[in-house]
Design a protein around this ligand. Structure first.
Ligand code: ATP
Ligand code: PRP
Length: 213
């Protein structure tokens, strides 16, 4: 039976494939541009299940997969209950509080905050002792202060380009984000050897990558 790995499709998948390949894992199936969602390696050692980030945590928690590859933003937001094995050091970005130039962080009254990450936003403002109204947005979060839906946003930024091109400014920096390898706790007991072998192989690749930077 192959180890089942839920891999976040899209941006994470693209950045993780080179790491998997460097660890000697056959990614020819993953690299084929088709609509298949379940892809086995040619040696049947691994089965990749392509899913959206939040669903990777659902599959892990239900025991449907042994491993997940997903952003730490999603793990925090969805209260990950499984075992984090490795920081893959890709998908690196940072949470920020951002808004238009006229935003006043210290203004009295209850602020409205737009975000894809309500829990992270709530915890952040709780830590500041501020009560805010949070509006959940599914994407293009930067729109919220521009069209008057929210006073500010909590979102991730990498290059800062999206903020810049929409005339938004950073008012505070929150946690750093990167892609993680996570194991289902039960699978970790049942398949410890195979799982730690994979984690070790990937760790070597990650360390080599860092050393060559
Ligand atoms: N700008 C970014 N730079 C680096 N990593 C990012 C960036 N945006 C998101 N990520 C990381 O990649 C993960 C997946 O992001 P991605 O944009 O592919 O999915 P998404 O937000 O669900 O978007 P979509 O709905 O378009 O698939 C995020 O959970 C985060 O960890
Ligand atoms: O700092 P930058 O390099 O510009 O990256 C930041 C952008 O990337 C993410 O959006 P994504 O591309 O996932 O699109 P989305 O708006 O659909 O979430 C994030 O929500 C920002 O909008």
């Amino acid at each position: 039976m192959p180890l089942k790995i839920a891999l976040t499709k899209g941006r994470v998948e693209k950045q993780v494939i080179p790491l998997l390949e460097a660890a000697g894992i056959d990614c020819s199936g993953l690299k084929q541009k088709n609509r298949k969602l379940i892809i086995n390696t040619s040696d049947d050692r691994f089965q990749f299940i392509l899913a959206k980030g939040p669903d990777v945590t659902t599959y892990l928690n239900s025991g449907a997969v042994d491993l997940g590859i997903v952003g730490s933003d999603i793990l925090t937001e969805h209260r990950n209950q499984q075992s984090e094995l490795l920081d893959l050091r890709v998908g690196q970005c940072q949470f920020v509080l951002a808004s238009t130039s006229d935003f006043n962080f210290n203004q009295p009254g209850r602020k409205v905050i737009g975000t894809k990450y309500p829990l992270i936003t709530q915890l952040y403002f709780e830590s500041l002792g501020q009560d805010v109204e949070i509006i959940k947005i599914e994407g293009s979060v930067e729109l919220a202060p521009l069209i008057g839906l929210a006073d500010a946003i909590v979102d991730i930024t990498e290059t800062g380009r999206t903020l810049r091109e929409n005339n938004l400014y950073v008012y505070d920096y929150l946690d750093q984000v990167s892609t993680r390898l996570v194991a289902n706790r039960m699978s970790l007991k049942q398949h410890a050897g195979e799982i730690f072998e994979l984690a070790d192989q990937l760790e070597q690749v990650v360390e080599q990558g860092s050393a060559s930077k």
